[in-house]
Design a protein around this ligand. Structure first.
Ligand SMILES: Cc1cc2nc3c(=O)[nH]c(=O)nc-3n(C[C@H](O)[C@H](O)[C@H](O)COP(=O)(O)OP(=O)(O)OC[C@H]3O[C@@H](n4cnc5c(N)ncnc54)[C@H](O)[C@@H]3O)c2cc1C
Length: 423
């Protein structure tokens, strides 16, 4: 054995395994205190990022995140990890670009490896008409200073030889829209990284603590009722994603949100096969696909199309996505599906988020993230924290206020809207 090799004996390994340092928690487990400056409801990506920025950027010392289950239980740990800023409308592409830039440096900012991989995101076009729409979206992005490349079939062949765009297919490939800086980020690392960094700044992360009511007096919120008792709060932020509608019902404010399921699945690991994130319509079905660092092909499809909180994946969606995957990449036929799951998304009627005040001056909503909110987490956390700490919404999220549904200034984002249409 070399002098440099560590010398482990069975006893030393066993001792290490059962020592307190073997599995050190990333954040301290805690009960809620009596009172906070800000209570953030929901320990998903948006809630954790908001709490982190409240503590780091605005120096708030008494902040808590109340999560009814455990950190990572919600969509932040169920998504297909795709990050990009290839939206059509300026309100959205500037916001998502801010988020993508923050993702690029997030591992350093949190001192935690979130495994950002800028492997590119390419939307495939099946027809010349679709190419025209992609050109429009790509041009809008470029005018906004964001990278976008329209690829014809030869360009696709060069960028993605594994796709073989010339293969005869039921829905032929004519080109695509590429954003090279788009890619993937490990989803649960984002939750853990924010939770760890927020806790290090003094944020209380309270798990298994469901918020069941908002307590108000004299037209302002004074705190929240929870499964662990009443918690006083000067400000309350709801960041509950798929449960946004239930918060509206709790406050007596009907919100333009429906909860829909989105399903995803992953195959057994195989050698590197698909080097980018690819998304396309297969008939009426949307399919997106990328390969995880472990080698599994991570695939997803469209929303189920009816409101539900069940989180039960269904066979028909798996069948549809797999059909689309095999049509595009015949080499994946025969792979076994390892897991198939679903998450609940808060779908807004225009496909854009809802960030702003909710009924009371000291109550805020950070939601409406639809099926694209993972990529929004860093920007949403920073912007929402500024709104909560200063009372004034930064330009980046002004367009996302709930009032747009009353004034008619909706952000009908067909680049990533609520239904499976591309443009
Ligand atoms: C299958 C799937 C694939 C997806 N793929 C992508 C993708 O590739 N890229 C992308 O950008 N987006 C994607 N999304 C969407 C993205 O995951 C969500 O938009 C985003 O994670 C939602 O924000 P969050 O992380 O804060 O939500 P969550 O993680 O769901 O956090 C909300 C938390 O609030 C808690 N909560 C709810 N009610 C209460 C209460 N009363 N009291 C206390 N706590 C409460 C919940 O338990 C939950 O933990 C996908 C979603 C799904 C389901």
């Amino acid at each position: 054995m070399s002098e440099l090799a560590p010398r482990y004996s069975a006893t030393s390994l066993l001792r290490a395994r059962f020592s307190r340092d073997y599995w050190r928690p990333l954040w301290r487990r805690t009960k809620p205190k009596d009172a906070y400056d800000v209570v953030v409801v929901g320990g998903g990506g948006h809630g954790l990022a908001t709490a982190f920025h409240l503590a780091r950027d605005h120096g708030l010392k008494r902040v808590s995140v109340l999560e009814r289950k455990v950190i990572g239980y919600g969509n932040v740990g169920r998504n297909t990890t795709i990050v990009r800023s290839n939206y059509l409308l300026p309100e959205n592409f500037h916001f998502y670009e801010d988020s993508l830039r923050r993702y690029e440096t997030l591992s350093r900012d949190l001192n935690y490896n979130v495994m950002y991989s800028s492997r590119g995101v390419v939307d495939l076009a099946n027809s010349d008409d679709e190419m025209v729409l992609y050109a429009r979206r790509g041009n809008a992005m470029r005018l906004g200073g964001i990278d976008a490349e329209l690829l014809d079939r030869a360009g696709l062949r060069r960028f993605m030889p594994e796709l073989n765009p010339d293969l005869p297919r039921r829905y032929p490939i004519v080109g695509g829209l590429l954003q090279r800086r788009g890619g993937t980020v490990r989803h649960d690392a984002v939750a853990w990284g924010y939770a760890r960094a927020a806790a290090a700044l003094g944020v209380d992360i309270v798990e298994e603590c469901e918020v069941t009511g908002l307590v108000t007096a004299g037209g302002v919120a004074t705190g929240v009722e929870t499964s662990q008792g009443f918690v006083r709060a000067e400000r309350v932020v709801f960041a509950v994603a798929g449960h946004t509608g239930s918060i509206g019902r709790m406050l007596g404010v009907p919100l333009p949100v429906e909860t829909h399921l989105l399903q995803a699945m992953v195959t057994e690991p195989v050698k590197p096969l698909v080097h980018t994130v690819v998304s396309y319509m297969y008939g009426h079905a949307e399919v997106y696909l990328s390969q995880s660092d472990r080698g599994g092909l991570v695939m997803g499809g469209v929303l189920d199309g009816y409101p539900s909180y069940t989180r039960e994946p269904e066979w028909h969606r798996l069948e549809e996505v797999v059909q689309g995957a095999v049509a595009m990449f015949p080499q994946v036929a025969g792979l076994r599906i390892l897991r198939h799951w679903a998450g609940t998304n808060d779908q807004t009627m225009d496909g854009s988020p809802l960030v702003g005040r909710l009924k009371y001056d000291n109550v805020f909503l950070n939601g409406g993230w639809c099926y694209g909110g993972f990529k929004a987490i860093p920007a949403s956390g920073a912007a929402c924290a500024t709104l909560v700490a200063t009372g004034s919404a930064p330009d980046l999220i002004r367009g996302f206020a709930l009032e747009r549904f009353a004034t008619g200034h909706v952000l009908d984002e067909k680049g990533a809207g609520p239904f499976p249409v591309r443009q």
